[in-house]
Design a protein around this ligand. Structure first.
Ligand SMILES: [Zn+2]
Length: 308
């Protein structure tokens, strides 16, 4: 495991800002929770927090097909953890029904184990489909939840087949993992009708204190706040309709955005003091704290590597 992480570290590439494409990072921290050299930074142009060094192209697909599953312990997830995901999905479906109405024509990008689709089906949805690149998760959705035919692992591009035109596109804790989040929002904008909905959940990094170094992770390339996510959405023709923030539950500092096509909001980038933002984030992450910083991260890494 440690050798694989070392090899991965050598394959990481310099990355541009996923929101504005600038290459002007103000560094917060050099290393992530696996001690990989990811250069967590604030973009000097738009103020987005992102990894200035990370996964790109084939390294990314190889990572998600291999070492990511081991780091996340996907194969031996405990029944309690799986149960928590089922509850979270039911709660999401409930909130979405409250805001949107009936959940039909749902396309769930990054569907994971499939519990949200299962909740849509239970609430009477006739058309629902999930896209999940991880084979372990996909097989769980198909075999354990009986979602065969409603999940695929095909790539996300304009040429991919859809069995129905989605009215609701959901991305729950997915956008922050994508190499080019804007291209996926552009696809969603092309699919959705004018009365459609885009629902996104990401961790909100307006407040790093509740997240900490554990959240600085090679697979998280973008770290959004309501402001930076709003800029990205506006650039792709979406206006924010509603936002919810839940401190606890699904994820610490969970941010849920309901956006709709058209009437794009203001996508101008306000002036940012990236150095001050980086310093403030560094202070709140407390990366050198014994209990929650690098010492703890190194200890967990050793436990993971020795399989305990
Ligand atoms: Zn930027």
């Amino acid at each position: 495991m440690l050798a694989d992480l070392w090899r991965l570290n050598r394959r990481l590439k310099r990355l541009r800002c996923p929101v504005c494409n600038a290459d002007e990072p103000a560094e917060i921290l050099r290393r992530d929770r696996y001690l990989l050299d990811v250069r967590l930074s604030v973009c000097r142009t738009c103020g987005t927090t992102y990894l200035a060094r990370g996964l790109a192209g084939e390294t990314a697909s190889a990572f998600y097909g291999g070492i990511y599953q081991r780091l996340m312990r996907t194969a031996d997830a405990s029944p309690a953890l799986i149960g928590a995901q089922r509850l979270a999905a039911g709660y999401r479906a409930h909130v979405l029904r409250y805001v949107i109405g009936p959940l039909d024509e749902v396309l769930d990008i990054g569907t994971g184990l499939g519990f949200f689709l299962d909740a849509c089906r239970q609430s009477g949805s006739r058309s629902y489909h999930g896209i999940e690149p991880g084979p372990v998760q996909r097989h769980f959705a198909e075999d354990e939840l009986g979602l065969g035919g409603h999940v695929d692992g095909d790539g996300l591009d304009a040429a991919r087949a859809l069995s129905f035109r989605p009215r609701i596109v959901t991305l729950f804790h997915v956008l922050e993992h994508l190499e080019d989040p804007g291209s996926v929002l552009a696809l969603a904008a092309g699919w959705l009708p004018p009365d459609g909905w885009l629902v996104i959940e990401v961790p909100d990094v307006s407040e790093w204190a509740g997240l900490g170094l554990q959240h600085v992770h090679v697979s998280h390339r973008s770290y959004f706040t309501p402001e930076t996510l709003g800029i990205l959405l506006a650039r792709h023709g979406f206006a924010i309709h509603r936002q919810d923030r839940e401190e606890h539950g699904i994820h610490p500092g969970n941010l849920r955005i309901f956006a709709r096509p058209g009437a794009a909001g203001d996508d101008r980038i306000p002036g940012v003091d990236a150095e001050a933002l980086a310093a403030e984030s560094r202070r709140r992450i407390e990366a050198f704290d014994v209990r929650k910083g690098y010492p703890r991260a190194a200890f967990r890494l050793l436990r993971l590597a020795t399989g305990r």
